[in-house]
Design a protein around this ligand. Sequence first.
Ligand code: COA
Length: 329
Amino acid sequence: MSLRRSRIIGCGSYLPERVVTNAELGASVDTTDDWVVQRTGIRERRIAAKDQRCADLAREAARAALASAGVDPATGLDFIVLATTTPDNTFPATAARVQAALGMTRGMAFDVQSVCSGFIFALSVADNFIRTGQCRTGVVIGAEVYSRILDWEDRGTCVLFGDGAGAVVLSAVEGENGSGTGAGAGILSTHLHSDGRHYDLLYVDGGVSTTGTAGHVRMNGREVFKHAVTNLSGVAEEALAAHGLTPADISWLVPHQANKRIIDGVARKLGVPAERVVVTVDRHANTSAASIPLALDEAVGDGRIKAGDLVLMEAIGGGFSWGAALVRW
Ligand code: COA
């Protein structure tokens, strides 16, 4: 068994300046602050400025993560993996734009598209590059400008999403520190799933080979809700069982921030008390692939997540695709 694993050595995030409240949205669609808060827990979200691209948000989050890790992107990075559904262009990868902006001229940079579970998928890809010995150090970013693919006349979806970016720096740890299940710090394992039969419950009605336009988010919210709670609690249990752990061992649950009721439903099903769940959905809304690294950065930054803690991340998105990552901090 490999003694090498990857460890998160730095976190960073970026939120656009503009705050949009539910009341502000109520001026253009038939909704109220009460309705949105009760059904979702969302109070406000950040919206990117017109001239801000996905790569701009991603670059800022990556810079913050690299600074906290003390890694120089020009010399110390082997890869950038960026999870997004709202890239700057159809090609090149938004990660390549970020690579250039960071002054990184070696290594590789590519995007991963797995919608709201994108960060977990990207983290898993990066973790595997490190475990196999192909790379030592890299950045994993989740960055989104969902405001560009929302139908601002559809109250069922436009109130749910926001813009933002989060990033982590991963580095290889070897030997004693990386060996023994649950013993050393690092990513213990990642668990990924997809089920393409549910395409039509959550999708964008555009794309290069369909309409030739970017399209808008379409969703059957009620159905998504049911799948979300079942699949997320399932993959969380799978991750714990792989290490002989139970929900009582979790120090922090860092879920994808789609809806407070989904977060509460999963925590209740697992038996994780609310005070051990990191919640940002009230202020960020659903930032898709960015939501987990944004929440992580907040909880690491304010001292809630500490060395030795067991952190469970889980997310679900269109496809459906869903996954979990278990990390010893
Ligand atoms: N303001 C006011 N009313 C709204 C509204 C809004 N923003 N959005 C929808 N409604 C209305 C609907 O039109 C419907 O009205 P009707 O009964 O007159 O037709 C009513 O509220 C109930 O709609 P429904 O969609 O059944 O509500 P819900 O209780 O399922 O809540 C969601 C809607 C979207 C909040 C909820 O289904 C949800 O959060 N689903 C998961 C979505 C998600 O997280 N997706 C991303 C996963 S990564």
